[in-house]
Ligand binder design. Structure first.
Ligand SMILES: [Zn+2]
Length: 700
């Protein structure tokens, strides 16, 4: 350890540490143990869930800048159905609007977009209007010059603006020793766009002895950026019961009629934390390197190692040499990683629709069990609203230029994650990091662009303009991998410097690989061969995960959630497809008949495919019968070059495929479901087949 972990602690934090030590001493007296000398701060009250009266709905996540937080005061953004209307004679398009029940007085913001046939949408300026009588009005929009054709389409998105004075009061809350209140204040950016007024925020503790002002703050729209974070020491209330009152008042600017003043105050991630015995529950950091092939860890190119630093780190824990994704693209693979479910069930194939509320995510489970939670992602396909934001106190999207921008910002992303960890290191935490660094475009920093030769006809030759593009890309990709390897090592070193290594489980994995023409495709989200399904998986945690274990048992991203819950002694939700890997960490084994599934989307003539792995075999079954079913023996043919034609095995593959395709899809996609090209079909499977598969050990 190269740094004193108490070095940066505030006096408040020192006091909490003292309280923690005394809590620990008490635990030792009671022979209950305290999980070491520390007692991390854990969220005991999430304020949004304790309001009296309660919020009408689960607190929404609101974003300021790139950071989403569960927010009190966040009002829903409600898209209305697209309307087809006659082209107007003049420059004004009148759109009839009927506001839905969730949009309420006093004011409503209207965002609108208009297009002609086969045109891109054109946005028109946001309007702010008083709530109309009966919720109905005719909205007169300026008609953009660029819109051609007949008829035209218009879509309105509405957002209610809250009242100018609001109070949110909690139930009575017993306050323990060492308690702190954390919250973030902010103004919705929509308010700044519409000329909103400044807002005063007051936090008051209602005690038996009267009110105590804890915070008074004024925020001005457009000034300052992002959330303003506050931590308030509640030590003086230890042993008492209090109610928290969160008050916001829109401040009327001089000269503005009072009835026209509006603001948009947001209370983000408000929670009370108290020290608790660690109980063996470690922090968790899950690192997903998007598009990192499984063969990079331990691999070499042009005689040089690709990931020497992660390779050395993996020796301090466990590595899985046959880990698989469930889908060779970002949204679906990550959703499996975070839910323990196959895409056939979670249904989140691309960044459309919403994850079913019946499914719990990893972050929701950790948040429910005393973890502070944060994510830093690179935004393209992990968009918050799909469901990735759920359960996170702090969900940061490091923005690319567009939603499809995947250039990778690993230092910025990991740096933001480390900043969050440094601020929350006294807490028990779960952090999810995601980077597109090794995804296209392949642009390694010059210092890592060292794979400059390839083997052509048995000769080592420099890579130049005449080198086939797939070979050039393969080598540039390797440079990105080498760079990423160094940044992962820096992150782990920094966690060590912060004194967090011993109390933290670190998982490094990826959502899918990348292919360079091995089976005729470039990139991913096309085939279901090993180059895109095989991912790295390393699990590190001193004295919890035995060091030096290399595990060749096939495992899947669906196993991560049950594994992490097992390692943190938390119960897993019913119905997960994955299995805890903890027995493997300790030298155990799984039945050879365990079946792992993955999918590949529609691509060219191949149709949607299900990949199946079991007992050393791999099947790739197309939904189109004319494409047949591919079968490989991975033990003798790891590169999937030689198709087998054993009829019994092929029939078994079709049965397994049918079992997978029969999994009910729970995605809440509505009309969007039709447009999802990769959406799994749902063919029937008969009871006799289920019984047969169970008898063979292929189904539980
Ligand atoms: Zn991806």
């Amino acid at each position: 350890m190269s740094a004193d972990p108490t070095r940066r602690r505030t006096s408040g934090a020192r006091r909490r540490a003292a309280d923690a030590l005394s809590a620990c001493a008490l635990a030792l007296l009671l022979l209950s143990g305290c999980g070491g000398a520390d007692a991390p701060l854990v969220p005991v009250y999430r304020v949004a869930q304790l309001l009296d009266p309660p919020l009408e709905q689960t607190p929404l996540h609101c974003d300021i800048g790139d950071v989403f937080r569960p927010t009190i005061g966040c009002t829903p953004t409600v898209p209305l159905p697209i309307q087809s209307l006659p082209r107007p004679a003049g420059r004004v398009l009148t759109v009839p609007v009927q506001l839905p029940a969730e949009v309420k007085p006093p004011l409503v913001a209207f965002d609108a977009r208009i297009r002609g046939p086969r045109q891109e949408w054109r946005r028109v300026p946001t309007l702010l209007l008083a709530y109309p009588a009966g919720g109905a009005l005719d909205l007169n929009l300026p008609f953009p010059d660029q819109v051609n054709g007949e008829p035209v389409e218009a879509q309105i998105v509405v957002r209610p603006i809250p009242p100018s004075h609001q109070e949110h009061v909690t139930r009575t809350l017993p306050i323990g020793r060492g308690a702190v209140l954390q919250l973030a204040l902010g103004l919705d950016p929509l308010g700044a766009r519409l000329g909103g007024a400044p807002v005063r925020f007051d936090v008051i503790a209602e005690t038996d002895a009267g009110p105590v002002q804890l915070l008074a703050k004024e925020l001005v729209p457009g000034k300052g950026r992002g959330w303003e974070q506050h931590e308030i020491d509640l030590a003086r209330f230890a042993g008492q019961k209090i109610r928290l009152r969160l008050v916001s008042d829109v401040l009327v600017r001089p000269g503005t009629p009072a009835n026209e003043a509006f603001g948009f105050p947001l209370w983000g991630s408000a929670q009370i934390l108290e020290p608790r015995a660690r109980d063996g529950r470690r922090n968790v950091i899950l690192i997903s390197i998007d598009t990192l092939r499984g063969d990079q860890l331990g691999g070499t190119l042009d005689g040089k190692p690709l990931m020497p630093k992660l390779d050395a780190l993996a020796d301090q824990g466990a590595r899985f040499t046959a880990a698989y994704t469930t889908y060779p693209s970002t949204t679906a693979g990550h959703m499996s990683m975070l839910t323990g479910l196959y895409p056939a069930k979670h249904g989140m194939i691309f960044a459309t629709g919403y994850l079913s509320s019946e499914i719990s995510t990893m972050s929701e489970i950790f948040a429910r069990n005393g973890y502070s939670t944060a994510a830093v992602t690179e935004d393209a396909m992990l968009t918050a609203y799909v469901g990735f934001v759920r359960g996170f106190d702090d969900y940061r999207e490091v923005k690319g230029k567009t939603m499809w921008e995947t250039s990778g910002e690993i230092e910025q992303t990991f740096g933001a994650g480390l900043d969050w960890v440094a601020r929350h290191r006294d807490e028990r935490f779960f952090l999810f990091l995601h980077t597109y660094q090794v995804h296209t475009p392949y642009t390694p920093p010059p210092a890592f662009d060292v794979f400059r030769h390839w083997e052509k006809d048995g000769q080592r030759v420099p890579i130049d303009a005449s080198t086939p593009p797939a070979v050039r890309d393969r080598h540039l990709y390797a440079g990105e991998v080498l760079y990423t390897d160094s940044v992962i090592a820096q992150l782990v070193q920094r966690l060590t410097d912060l004194g967090l290594r011993d109390d933290t489980i670190i998982v490094v994995t990826g959502d899918h690989g990348d292919e360079f023409g091995e089976h005729g495709a470039i990139g991913h989200a096309k085939t279901a061969y090993e180059e895109v399904l095989h991912v790295p998986l390393v699990v590190l945690s001193p004295h919890l995960v035995p060091a030096g274990r290399s595990i060749s048992t096939p495992v899947s991203l669906i196993d991560l959630l049950p594994t992490l819950l097992d390692l943190t002694h938390l119960p897993e939700p019913a119905g997960l497809h994955g299995t805890s890997l903890v027995p493997l960490l300790h030298g155990g084994s799984f039945p050879e008949t365990r079946v792992l599934f993955a999918e590949a989307p529609h691509w060219g003539k191949f149709g949607h495919r299900v990949a199946i792995r079991s007992a050393g075999f791999k099947w790739i079954a197309s939904e189109r019968p004319e494409n047949g079913i591919e079968l490989y023996d991975l033990t003798t043919d790891p590169e999937e070059k030689k198709r087998l034609d054993d009829p019994d095995l092929l029939a078994l593959g079709r049965s397994l495929e049918a079992a997978y395709r029969s999994i009910p899809n729970t995605a809440q996609t509505g009309a969007a479901e039709e447009s999802k090209p990769g959406a799994p079909k749902k063919p029937e499977i008969d009871d006799a087949t289920v019984d047969k598969l169970k008898a063979l050990g292929y189904m539980d």
